[in-house]
Design a protein around this ligand. Structure first.
Ligand SMILES: Nc1ncnc2c1ncn2[C@@H]1O[C@H](COP(=O)(O)OP(=O)(O)OP(=O)(O)O)[C@@H](O)[C@H]1O
Ligand SMILES: [Mg+2]
Length: 235
């Protein structure tokens, strides 16, 4: 039997202003699976991802590799879950690309020569060798998204969660991102409005709307259901 990497059980979340963003969401993801999460603007996709490493709510509803996320194990959880935010500016804050990608491993007090090896490997994976001394502030959106992915790869996470992968990427960069994620393997959660990208990458897809899981199934089946897609503003 395959191992469960992520288990979410009846997750409900309201923001401090009272907006209910998630309403009883349950889902499971096996190790090695690549799962797409689709849904209209405001569906709760980003809110869901922010629960995967305890940025929002640590209310016992989320387990990573069997470990319940709570206040006492956030450090371990963040080592396991690599989160790529919708907006890369939320993720990049160091003076150089090298420092951004090195930030996580240095925080774990990994020796500097191993840090340098991981930075090199991660930048190579996203096709940004030679960008080490550049400042992320002055890169294009697609380049920033790549650096954001590298900052997470350098942590060698068990689960990669990517919010809004293809918005603002040129077709070539989009294609190379798809290729990169295929090559990376591992367990991945991909939030996107790009149904073609989701169909290329994900065996399984989940539709969220109004904070609820509306449908879940094989990508081919779900994307063939035009009524379902239209009803959820995906078509
Ligand atoms: N910080 C916040 N405070 C209050 N409400 C919020 C906050 N962030 C998001 N929301 C609300 O929570 C709901 C879910 O938002 P979320 O950002 O998770 O949607 P999404 O599916 O990621 O949408 P998009 O496709 O536009 O990125 C929306 O109604 C949104 O207005
Ligand atoms: Mg979002």
């Amino acid at each position: 039997m395959s191992k469960k990497l992520l288990e979410i059980n009846d997750l409900t979340y309201s923001y401090p202003d009272g907006t209910r963003a998630l309403d009883g969401v349950s889902l499971m993801i096996d190790e090695g699976e690549r799962v797409g999460i689709i849904g209209p603007n405001g569906a709760g996709k980003s809110t869901l991802l922010l629960h995967l490493n305890g940025i929002l709510g640590q209310n016992g509803c989320v387990r990573i590799s069997g470990m319940e996320i709570n206040r006492s194990n956030l450090k371990d959880v963040r080592r396991k879950v690599g989160m790529i935010f919708q907006n890369p500016d939320d993720q990049l804050f160091c003076p150089t690309v090298f420092d951004d990608v090195a930030f996580g491993p240095r925080n774990l007090r990994i020796p500097e020569d191993e840090v340098a090896r991981r930075v090199r490997q991660s930048l190579e994976a996203v096709g940004l060798m030679g960008f080490e001394e550049r400042s992320a502030f002055h890169l294009s959106f697609g380049q920033k998204k790549r650096v954001a992915i590298a900052t997470v790869l350098s942590m060698e996470p068990e689960l990669l969660a990517i919010d809004e992968l293809s918005s603002n990427l040129d077709p070539g960069t989009r294609r190379s991102m798809i290729q990169l994620l295929k090559e990376l393997g591992g367990t991945q959660i991909i939030v996107s409005h790009d149904l073609d990208l989701v169909s290329q990458l994900c065996q399984r897809v989940i539709i969220l709307n109004n904070g609820q899981k509306i449908a879940e199934g094989e990508t081919r089946e779900i994307l063939r259901n035009q009524e379902l897609l239209k009803a959820n503003d995906l078509l």
